[in-house]
Write a protein that binds this ligand. Structure first.
Ligand code: ZN
Length: 439
């Protein structure tokens, strides 16, 4: 048998466990899991000593295109993804202009096909004006679902009142993903704080109840309409323990940041660079996030990669924008968490590949199986590296994990059978495709 690509001697992560298997790839798909010694291929990777994961995905990134090429574009953000071991990204709609109509969806489709290094999907944003068009907008090629900002002051993309939220749920079938912090409580509490207060106040302003109240409201409406809700970046013990009883209607995301940073230490060390929404919280919530990853309440772990100019992040609190970079560092950080015993490599494949494929409806992704897309992340669990700012390829040029030592590193990224990253080098040209979603 002749293949385009053979991966030999890697330890593959299957749903049932780990097994040393030789994988044969042809035409971008997995053709065989029983490649023999005499079989040949145009390219062979000797994966001895490496683990082969189904291609890891980051379902929550903000690539700022169109709008701010000085901090990120689809080209630079997907290159960062490839270097960081990701094969698929899902990009958020709060660009400038926002992605909330057919014209912008078509613009983004074309831009992604021209410049993306990895498989690319993107969200359509719900606005007050497009609610009745959401069903047709979300079914366009490459659109993974609808993003709703129920709070967080993102201008025209905000839909915060119950009547409008209920309307959003009634139009369409794909996953609706919510930034659930309660806008009314956020505005009310903002009066308690003023400019120039320590950055740590970010978590006091956007307190536990802002998050929990928003999540409770969304779940109540989801139950009423029977439209499943994907709650993005859940952060509190209160939400995660409560959501155990709503897994019939709710799927849950937590962010690598909330699994890695702890307040107040992170605010003292990183200052404005630690500011994001929902905020980094204290040890109690950090422990609850990990418990929820382990007990299955959490479905997906993402980065919420949200780059900003470092000079803006140096501004005083309340003036500095929220968000930090993360698409390039999520895999090394999660591999380090595996090595430190917080989750297994199989659980990592669940929350960064199999579950994203199931929740967003990517029928040929998420596992290593004959007929599936040949998307792989090859990792060296023994490799020790230090994450530094100069490794970051996003034009914004910084990471909150600068000088962080990790054990476990992505060595090869393969997208649809093409090796696009090997040993810290991006190879070839941007040939990423729009992801096909179930309709
Ligand atoms: Zn986000």
């Amino acid at each position: 048998m002749h293949y385009d690509l053979i991966l030999r001697n890697g330890i593959c992560i299957f749903p049932w466990g780990q097994e040393k298997v030789n994988i044969g790839v042809r035409n971008g798909r997995i053709l065989s899991l029983s490649v023999g010694g005499n079989d040949e291929a145009a390219q062979v990777i000797d994966a001895t000593g490496l683990h082969v994961l189904p291609g890891l995905m980051d379902c929550h990134v903000h690539f700022r295109e169109p709008g701010n090429a000085l901090v990120e574009t689809i080209e630079t953000g997907t290159k960062a993804a490839a270097l960081g071991g990701l094969t698929t990204v899902l990009d958020m709609p709060n660009t400038n202009p926002v992605v909330a109509d057919l014209e912008m969806i078509q613009w983004k489709q074309q831009r992604a096909v021209e410049t993306s290094w990895v498989n690319f999907g993107f969200y359509v944003g719900a606005t007050r004006d497009n609610i009745q068009d959401l069903a047709s907008l979300e079914s366009q090629k490459g659109v993974c679902g609808t993003k709703v900002y129920a709070g967080s002051s993102t201008g025209s993309l905000m839909v915060e009142d119950d009547a409008s939220l209920e309307q959003v749920m009634l139009y369409g079938r794909r996953r609706v993903c919510y930034h659930a912090e309660d806008e009314y409580r956020l505005q009310e509490r903002k009066k308690l704080f003023c400019e120039g207060m320590p950055y740590e106040n970010h978590r006091l302003w956007r307190d536990e109840e802002c998050a929990f109240l928003g999540t409770r409201r969304i779940i109540a409406l989801a139950q009423k309409t029977r439209r499943p809700a994907h709650i993005l970046h859940t952060t509190t013990q209160e939400e995660l323990e409560w959501l155990v009883d709503y897994k019939d209607i709710a799927t849950i995301e937590v962010l690598v940041n909330h699994l890695t940073q702890i307040a107040p230490e992170c605010y003292e060390r990183l200052q404005g660079r630690a500011v994001m929404n929902p905020p980094i919280r204290d040890q109690r919530h950090y422990d609850a996030c990990w418990a929820a990853v382990r007990n299955g309440v959490v479905d997906i772990v993402s980065s919420d990669h949200a780059p900003h100019d470092p000079t803006l992040k140096a501004k005083p609190w309340l003036c500095c924008p929220s968000g930090m970079l993360g698409v390039q560092t999520i895999v090394p950080l999660m591999l380090n968490h595996v090595n430190e015993g917080r989750l297994s490599l199989n659980r990592l494949a669940d929350v960064m590949s199999a579950n994203p494929a199931r929740i967003y409806g990517m029928p040929t992704k998420g596992r290593i199986q004959v007929g599936y897309d040949a998307d792989f992340t090859l990792v060296d669990m023994q490799k020790k590296r230090r994450i530094t700012n100069d490794w970051i390829v996003s034009p914004a040029g910084w990471t909150p994990y600068d000088q962080t030592d990790v054990k476990g590193w992505p060595m090869v990224t393969i997208v649809k059978g093409q090796i696009i990253m090997q040993n810290d080098q991006v190879l070839g040209s941007p040939q990423g495709e729009l992801v096909e979603f179930l309709s």
